[in-house]
Every structure is written in structure tokens, then in C-alpha cells.
Design a protein around this ligand. Structure first.
Ligand SMILES: [Zn+2]
Length: 381
């Protein structure tokens, strides 16, 4: 099979114009094949054969060696036209339940029976995945760690490799192929998260997707600059940030909730048929529009007095902290009533570390609508 289209001058001009405009550009095959998968540098699901699953490596940014980072992409292209849904995992490298959840959702799809397209993307922050770390390590400036979920929508001409990588992925893979997008995460290493979704609930198309998940907590959230969710929403693509518990392991209790919710979303958009599964209604999901973050004031060893989803009252002790002599140096209390959404699993912590975050319904009118957002160190995904 010939992978590289041969183009005349007019064709090449056409292609470069299409690339410049993003949407509607043809899939570009580099001609490389890696581990049996064809390599692409631009995806347009419109030109893939319907009724089939297609697997590719998407060519991301180069490393210092001149070699590229590649992202696994699987496209389930329905026999009939319809909505295009994007499932994203691996923006952070220590978060693995998203991989399992997306793989399980994709395994349930039969393109011959589908109307529309589901595209799954894995290992978005490939060097972070290799190190099982949140951050992307770069060599520039003597070595730095970059959080890929703070640089979206990226910039193909940006000042470091992950920013350029995000630009390539956003412009040539995500944006031209998504009517709706779901970005799957977990807590970062050292922490833990309930079965949770961040969603801009004032937008009806986002709200209706979030409510289809039979999960534990949903936060009405205005979004955070540089995150993929916010960049997708700003580009007109309704999106959710999904949190499947803790990092580094498959959460076998939570993953099925998110697979069921994702299949519900596909049914909602008429990509697949079938009866709707359980939703937030049946699950009794707890809703809030603000986080109260309890942050460590001292170093020492943390003993939690609550767990994820614990219902807490204002003034309740959520943790105590001891020094190396075993003396209590601090009691940590929540100032608000609500449910515990995130907590610190690492027992030995530095001052400034988040101890817990409490999801609550803020009486502050400014949190009505899309909720109140967090400051940089308090936004956690
Ligand atoms: Zn994450």
C-alpha cells in the first residue's frame, strides 16, 4: 500500500491551505510504519473507511535526538455518519485508570453498527508516561519539568517542546476531529480522588454529558487556563475533565462507572444504540460549586481522620500531623461542610501540601452558574 500521497503542485497547494485552516485537512501519512501501525502527522476521520476500526501512531514533537514522540490513536469509524467523540488519556503520565477505561469503552464498539466516530488517543504526554510521572521532562534550561495540562492549546512555534507538541496534537489531531471530547485523568502521585467530574455546567451540552455518569461527585467548574478541557471548550468543543480515583493503578471499582457513563454519552449523541445505563441520578451523585482546600502549615507525618466521600461538618478535624518525636504539631480542620473529594495519601508531607479538598455548595453568589475555580496550586486534576 502506498502511504504517501503523490501530489501535483495544485494538490500540494491545496493540502497546505487545508493544513493552515486545520479542519477538513486530509489525513497525512508520513510513510513510516512503527510496530505495524502507520504513522500520521494529521488526522481527518472523514477520509477513513467507514464501518472499521483504524489504528495509527500520530507523530508528535521531536526530541533532542531528532526522533519523535508518537501517540497511539484508534478510530472507530461508524458505517453511518454522525457525531465525532474524542476520548483522551495520558495527558499526565502517572494516571493509568484512564487508559483502561478508554480501552474498555473502545472494546465495546462495533463500527458496523455505529453512526459517527469515536477516536481514542493514548500516551499524550509520552515522556511523562515513560517515567510514570505527572510532568514532561525537558532538557532546555538545564532541565525542567512541564505540566502538559497547563500549556494547551499549545503553540506549534512555541518556546519548548511540550508546548509545540500540544500545538501539533491540538491542531492536527484533536480539534479537526471532535464534536465532543472527554479528557480522562486521576489524582497525581501522592494523592487520591473520588470518582469525579469537573464540568462547566452552565453550558447545556456539557451539563447533559456530565449528568450521564453514575459517579460520586460533580463539580460545577469554570475551567482553568491551559487545561485541555478549557482549550477544547474555548474552541467550541464541549468537554469534560474526568477523574478516576488515584494514580498508578487500575481502580477496578471506579473504572466501570466511567465506562458506563461514556457509553451513555455515546448513546446520548446517537453514535450507538441501546438502553441508557445508570446515570448521576441513580448513583446519587453529590454536586458542589466550590472546593475548600485545607493546606499543610507544617512538615511532618499526616494521619487522616476522614476518607474520600466522607461527609464533613464545618470545624471538623480532617487530619492530625506529628513530628518525628510522635508529638502532634497540628490539627487540620475544614472550615466548611461538604464531601471530601481529594486527599493526600503520602503520609510524610511538606508545608504547603494539600491535605484535603472539600466539595461544597458555596453560599457566595459569584459561585452560582459555573462555580468557583481554584488558584493555580489548588486546581488539581
Ligand atoms: Zn491529570
Amino acid at each position: 500500500m502506498r502511504n504517501t500521497p503523490v501530489l501535483g503542485t495544485a494538490g500540494a497547494l491545496c493540502l497546505s491551505l487545508a493544513l493552515a485552516s486545520g479542519a477538513g485537512a486530509a489525513t497525512v501519512y508520513t510513510g513510516d510504519v512503527i510496530q505495524g501501525k502507520r504513522v500520521i502527522s494529521q488526522l481527518d476521520v472523514a477520509d477513513l473507511e467507514p464501518g472499521k476500526k483504524h489504528s495509527f501512531y500520530f507523530q508528535g514533537v521531536q526530541m533532542g535526538t531528532g526522533q519523535h514522540w508518537y501517540l497511539p490513536v484508534v478510530v472507530a469509524k461508524g458505517a453511518k455518519p454522525g457525531k465525532r467523540i474524542l476520548l483522551i488519556s495520558g495527558v499526565h503520565g502517572d494516571e493509568v485508570s484512564p487508559v483502561d477505561a478508554v480501552q474498555r469503552a473502545m472494546a465495546q464498539l462495533d463500527p458496523a453498527q455505529m453512526s459517527g466516530t469515536v477516536t481514542a488517543v493514548y500516551d499524550v504526554s509520552r515522556p511523562a508516561k515513560e517515567g510514570v510521572t505527572r510532568m514532561w521532562p525537558i532538557a532546555q534550561w538545564g532541565g525542567q519539568l512541564i505540566d502538559l495540562n497547563r500549556v494547551w492549546p499549545g503553540n506549534e512555534a512555541g518556546g519548548n517542546a511540550p508546548t509545540r507538541h500540544a500545538g501539533l496534537v491540538f491542531n492536527r489531531l484533536f480539534k479537526p476531529n471532535a464534536d465532543y471530547a472527554l479528557d480522562f485523568h486521576t489524582a497525581a502521585t501522592g494523592g487520591d480522588f473520588a470518582a469525579f467530574i469537573f464540568a462547566k455546567l452552565s453550558k447545556p451540552e456539557i451539563r447533559s454529558m456530565a449528568l450521564l455518569y453514575p459517579i460520586e461527585q460533580i463539580k460545577s467548574d469554570p475551567g482553568y487556563a491551559g487545561t485541555l478541557e478549557t482549550s477544547l471548550v474555548d474552541a467550541g468543543i464541549p468537554a469534560l475533565t474526568i477523574e478516576i480515583g488515584g494514580p498508578r493503578y487500575f481502580d477496578k471499582r471506579m473504572i466501570p462507572m466511567f465506562v458506563e457513563g461514556t457509553m451513555n454519552v455515546l448513546k446520548h449523541h446517537k453514535v450507538i444504540d441501546g438502553p441508557m445505563g445508570r446515570t448521576s441520578k441513580e448513583a446519587g451523585t453529590f454536586f458542589g460549586d466550590a472546593f475548600h482546600t485545607v493546606r499543610a502549615t507544617h512538615g511532618g507525618f499526616l494521619e487522616l481522620r476522614v476518607d474520600l466521600r466522607s461527609k464533613v461538618a464545618a470545624g471538623q478535624v480532617v487530619a492530625v500531623q506529628r513530628n518525628s518525636f510522635g508529638e502532634i504539631v497540628r490539627e487540620y480542620k475544614t472550615e466548611v461542610a461538604g464531601e471530601i473529594s481529594t486527599l493526600q495519601r503520602d503520609a510524610m508531607i511538606e508545608p504547603g501540601t494539600r491535605v484535603v479538598q472539600v466539595l461544597f455548595d458555596s453560599p457566595d453568589a459569584k459561585c452560582d452558574g459555573d462555580g468557583c475555580g481554584e488558584d493555580g496550586p489548588d486546581y488539581v486534576e
